[in-house]
Ligand binder design. Sequence first.
Ligand code: FES
Ligand code: FES
Length: 401
Amino acid sequence: MRTIALTVNARPVTADVEPRLHLADFLRERLLLTGTHIGCEHGICGACTVVIDGEIARSCITYAVQCDGAEITTIEGFTEDPLMARLRAAFTVDHALQCGFCTPGMIIAARDLIRRKGSLDRQQIRQEMSGNLCRCTGYMGVVAAIGRVMAEAGDRPALPPATSTIGPAPGPGAVPAPQERRDAVGRAPAESAGERLRPDSQALLDDISEEGLITLADSFAVPHPPDRVWDVLSDLQTVAGCLPGARLTAQDGDRIAGEMRLKLGPMSPRFAGEGRIRRDDGTRRARIVGQARNGASASRARARIDYALVDSGDGGTRVEVEIGYALTGTLAQFSRGAIAIDLVRRLTATFATNLEAAIAGDADLRREEQEPQPLDAAGLLGAVVRARIEAWLRTLFGRGG
Ligand code: FES
Ligand code: FES
């Protein structure tokens, strides 16, 4: 047990708590502040959102002991708050709740958004609020209510009537939804086998947002000189072939389209999208930016990959890679946390092995026509989890390496 002293809704509180007790349970079960709801207990749904020292936070993934000395405000602490009063009224007018389970977290997040950003358009509100999930409303009323309060507070006109967007919001920093297009048999681009380059995407790809990207740096060695490695990396069919599940479907100068097939247990989502590559032959540096979507799961991915070739001085090359990625929508839960980062590292290692084989001429990885085997993400994830558990057990029992 640890003794903590904190302020909750302007009231001093002292309590003895188990170190494992999370703040949401502390608030609900010890202080009986049941307006803080618990949905996923994984930091995903936002139902448990509270304010800690002026910043919104997920109370389900915050330990109560971490809040020793902190000032907490729950939904019950906002009864006198004028902005919250306006939000409550707007949520009523715009039918922004049905069962109300998400509502405390939703309006705490909305209040924070209005205070930070003032006035936003509908798409921006959807993006900013994508960390709060609602199973009832379809989000239309939520976005309208927040837009109404923003319009009242500033000089921005009220949001125009919604047109077509429905379903979960796309996620922080998500790219704007691509223009819906159908192929000859009525399939949306994500399901189309031969994704073509779209003329409307250039500006987007020139300026991919860094907001919300999870970034990591890695490097690998290839026992071939930099010129040779650079040459092979200029063949984008081979580059795509080095990545399990990936395939290049179109190329026009520096613009590319491709797809990635994953296997996640019974699901086999296919992400189709487009990107742009810029290469600097002088410095042997390159940047690839891209975005993709999977219609069935309403998920989107965007990524930036920077790589540079460095002469390692022994006839080989060190490839320095920095990856920034964001996954939003239903599959976003797979993009968070240390395990996802391990997964990306394993993919980088697989890429390095395949690249080496391609350079050595041991494998022809060009996949212009053939369908690649999907990337078995669940299997890879299982291997990552096993490796982490083994490492943890070694640490626990002090066996070393
Ligand atoms: Fe905390 Fe879902 S219960 S984020
Ligand atoms: Fe029911 Fe949002 S109103 S979960």
